[in-house]
Write a protein of this length. Structure first.
Length: 223
């Protein structure tokens, strides 16, 4: 079998920056554990909110969290009630002051994580998986990307034996390091068991420009 490598981890420092920006020698273990707890809490509380990426930035006395989402209204909630309750939960995980910023993703159809979550949600609603996959494939290609690859596995349509099906359109060069590949993965819990969805989206080659940031990264502020 071929060796599978996460396309985001493979391209960090080439076409994409880190999702957490901080450096620590002595407290590295506790900071990393804190980051994992923050991410899991946000993903648990913001399901079906179009959450694409969580960006964590650490300063000596505060913690900045930037949420890139396709549905900022669902994240904020009515009169900001939802985001305030999330902030209270986050304050219990860290001793530092926590600032939460919400950034709207302009073209969510070209985000792999958003597409994967959309497929997972529709499959949970008992929609036919082939219809859902082909519909999302066409919608993503219409958004102007150069290629899409989707993979779904599990007990599809309630079959006794689990299987895997893949759909592809355009080109997705996973071996090209300068290729901008967005990758998303999501699981959908159905009555038959877990259905896994993976999405790769190719948006073109990276052109080396000094201090270029990817489309979700916020510029680091030096105070």
């Amino acid at each position: 079998m071929g060796q599978k490598v996460n396309p985001i981890g493979l391209r960090i420092g080439i076409t994409r920056s880190w999702d957490s920006i901080w450096y620590e020698k002595k407290k590295y273990k506790s900071f990393l554990t804190e980051d994992i707890k923050i991410r899991s809490l946000l993903q648990k509380n913001l399901t079906n909110s179009g959450l694409v990426r969580i960006f964590i930035e650490r300063f000596p006395e505060r913690l900045n969290i930037t949420l890139n989402t396709a549905k900022p209204g669902m994240v904020i909630g009515q009169k900001g009630a939802k985001i305030e309750s999330i902030k209270k939960k986050l304050s219990k995980l860290s001793q530092k002051q926590i600032n939460v910023n919400i950034v709207e993703v302009k073209k969510p159809e070209s985000s792999a994580q958003f597409v994967a979550e959309s497929i997972a949600y529709q499959i949970k609603q008992r929609m036919p998986f082939r219809k859902v996959m082909k519909q999302e494939l066409r919608r993503t290609m219409r958004s102007g990307v150069e290629g899409v690859k989707m993979c779904i596995s599990g007990r599809l349509n309630g079959a006794d034996m689990a299987r895997r099906e893949s759909y592809k359109e355009g080109k997705v060069p996973l071996h090209t390091l300068r290729g901008k590949i967005d990758y998303g993965v999501k699981e959908s819990l159905t009555t038959y068991g877990l259905i896994g969805i993976k999405v790769w989206i190719y948006t073109g080659n990276h052109i080396a420009v000094s201090e270029e940031e990817d489309k979700y990264t916020v510029q680091r502020r030096v105070d």
